[in-house]
Design a protein around this ligand. Structure first.
Ligand code: NAI
Ligand code: ENO
Length: 561
């Protein structure tokens, strides 16, 4: 039988939380958090429950001192307990008198202060550490003018009469569970770390956070406090990921050695399955397509606690079976077969499910999806403008095409992109397709033609780098990127329909015109042409992009000049 130290008395939140965790646990009840932790440190109990956060009260102060107190053991798990507060008095036969004094724990008063201010503005509030003893005292001395606030269970257990129920809505408390050993990863974990009191250093906090940001690691909670004695800043962080995760380890190591520059300046409080105080509606995603992008997204959605199922033409479970099981169906197959796939599987979706298209073409695919699915099916297209080799989506562009049928499931998926730092543009189907002409079709076409040309003229690779200018380097970089990845991806991009086609076509016409003018040595004509196009490009746009290109130059060239 496992033994648990928690806050009492019997029937209190701490008591109920511990029993919810293990029904036949042996409980040791205390009135103060430090006493609970001490019982754990002295190995009187196997685990301890410490309340750390309440949805109405906010942070519970002692929690920050966990690190001083927790010299052995780890924070290994959490439990979120819904709290149902009631207002009660001693049973009385005469008509009840309005209470003069209201007794409760200080934390409980904070949770229901709206109710007390509204209903009993003149009563005296008396906070007590031992609510059990206070209730015994009220009973023994027949204090009819007193009222008590606590859980209905506790009030009834002590023979009090309930006057009002559920006096603080949306009231939940998160308990940290302390144990002797770190648990292994579950795949949906978080870790808590705390710094030592830090010396003053300009930009320290920003630099600490930057180590997580650049590795695409999300921070769930950040608190800071001044150490009472030294008045130096201490930072507490709760971060996504288990401490066994390589990227997280790297980030913590860099923080110690490069940012704080002091050994043992970070302390791991523990790793535990992540707690979601927010409500998520989606439970599961099913992918049609088992390729690179499906795998990339599925892995990150799993890390968010969603169940994912990848299906294709040769998977154990096929798309038909998968669709019947999931909340959201994601279509992620080559663009050229997306419409056929939608037509084949769309009719199987039921109202209340969502279909999200992860595809590089919008107009035809959304049209097909609107027709192939019932009106109660949510619908949205997301075009991520990064490939599967990207480590994270931080600061990468995403085009999101919402439809009148994009509802809360679609918003939740969009919130997932936003959370991971994607830069989202909301586009109409035609705007997406037109801009992909500029952003994808054309550069891909140019890069493909450039590589063909180099080959045709037997230009040696060694000579390409040594004879490029700062400007021509960009085109070479784009060509190299494209020829380093899956050719199918780029062949598909060049072949998609929609408004993007007209961009490539007019480029080709313009190119031929420029070639003729150049061959005719029409220098003034070419100058005029450049000036004329420049009048369309705003000075701000040009200045900003010149600045960015200089930043690229400084990385690509040794001198940076
Ligand atoms: N790879 C990339 O860099 C990016 C791709 N995308 C989009 O993601 C989608 C998928 O691309 P990837 O995952 O990269 O492709 P991929 O080639 O890695 O995977 C495609 C998947 O579709 C399946 N498939 C192929 N033909 C099929 C058919 N006729 N019927 C059913 N399934 C079929 C394949 O078996 C494979 O599982 C495309 O719409 C693409 O535009 C978006 C952004 C970046
Ligand atoms: O990595 C790159 O340069 C890409 O071009 C990735 C890419 C490929 C296909 C898309 O539809 C969007 C982005």
């Amino acid at each position: 039988m496992i033994s648990i130290a928690t806050l009492g008395p019997q029937g209190s939140d701490g008591y109920r939380a511990a029993l919810q965790y293990s029904q036949d646990a042996k409980l040791s009840l205390y009135n103060r958090i430090p006493d609970v932790i001490n019982a754990f440190l002295q190995e009187d109990v196997d685990i301890a429950f410490v309340p750390i956060y309440n949805t109405r009260e906010g942070e519970i102060k002692e929690y920050f001192h966990l690190q001083e107190l927790l010299v052995n053991g780890y924070w290994v798990d959490n439990l979120v307990l819904p709290i149902h507060l009631s207002f009660g008095c001693l049973k009385q036969s005469a008509p009840p008198v309005p209470p003069e004094k209201i007794i409760g724990r200080s934390s409980v008063f904070k949770q229901c202060d709206d109710y007390l201010n509204e209903h009993y503005p003149n009563a005296t509030l008396m906070s007590v550490p031992d609510i059990g003893a206070a209730m015994d005292d009220i009973k023994e001395n027949s204090r009819y003018e007193y009222a008590i606030v606590d859980s209905e269970e506790l009030l009834l257990e002590h023979g009090f009469e309930i006057r009002d129920r559920e006096i603080a809505e949306h009231n939940r408390t998160r308990f940290a569970i302390l144990g002797g050993n770190l648990n292994s990863a579950t795949g949906y974990d978080a870790s808590a770390v705390i710094t030592r009191p830090l010396k003053d250093r300009v930009g320290m906090l920003v630099d600490i956070l930057g180590e997580f940001t650049k590795r695409g690691i999300n921070i769930l909670d950040l608190r800071s406090e001044n150490d009472i004695k030294s008045q130096k800043l201490q930072i507490y962080l709760e971060i996504e990921g288990h401490i066994g995760n390589k990227l997280l380890q790297e980030a913590l190591k860099s923080i110690e050695t490069d940012v704080i520059q002091e050994e043992n300046s970070l302390r791991l409080l523990g790793s535990f399955p992540r707690v979601d105080m927010r409500v998520k509606k989606i439970r599961s995603f099913g992918f049609i397509g088992t390729g690179d992008m499906s795998t990339w997204f599925a892995e990150r959605l799993e890390n968010e606690g969603y169940t994912t199922l990848l299906t294709g033409r040769s998977t154990h479970i096929g798309p038909e079976e998968m669709i019947a099981q999931v909340d959201v169906v994601i279509i992620c197959v080559p663009i050229s077969v997306t419409v056929d796939t939608i037509n084949q599987y769309g009719p199987l979706l039921k109202d209340g499910q969502a279909m999200i298209l992860l595809a590089g073409e919008s107009e035809q695919t959304l049209k097909a999806a609107t027709e192939a699915t019932s009106n109660g099916v949510e619908l949205m297209l997301v075009h991520n403008l990064w490939g599967p080799q990207a480590q994270s989506m931080k600061d990468k562009n995403a085009s999101v095409v919402r439809t009148p049928r994009s509802g809360s499931f679609c918003s939740e998926f969009e919130a997932f992109l936003y959370k991971h730092g994607a830069d989202i543009s909301h586009d109409s189907p035609t705007k997406h397709d037109l801009l992909m002409g500029v952003g994808q079709k054309l550069p891909t076409t140019i890069s493909t033609a450039l590589a063909m040309t180099l080959k045709q003229h037997s230009i040696a690779c060694a000579d390409i780098g040594t004879h490029s200018t700062l400007t021509s380097l960009y085109g070479i970089l784009a060509m190299a990127r494209i020829h380093n990845q899956n050719p199918r991806t780029y062949a598909e991009i060049m072949s998609t329909g929609g408004d993007g086609r007209k961009i490539v076509r007019s480029f080709a016409e313009n190119l031929l015109q420029i070639v003729s003018m150049a061959e005719e040595q029409n220098i003034s004509g070419l100058c005029e042409l450049i000036e004329n196009s420049k009048s369309h490009l705003s000075p701000e746009f040009l200045a900003e992009h010149m600045k960015r290109s200089r930043a690229v130059d400084s990385i690509l060239t040794k001198s940076g000049n």
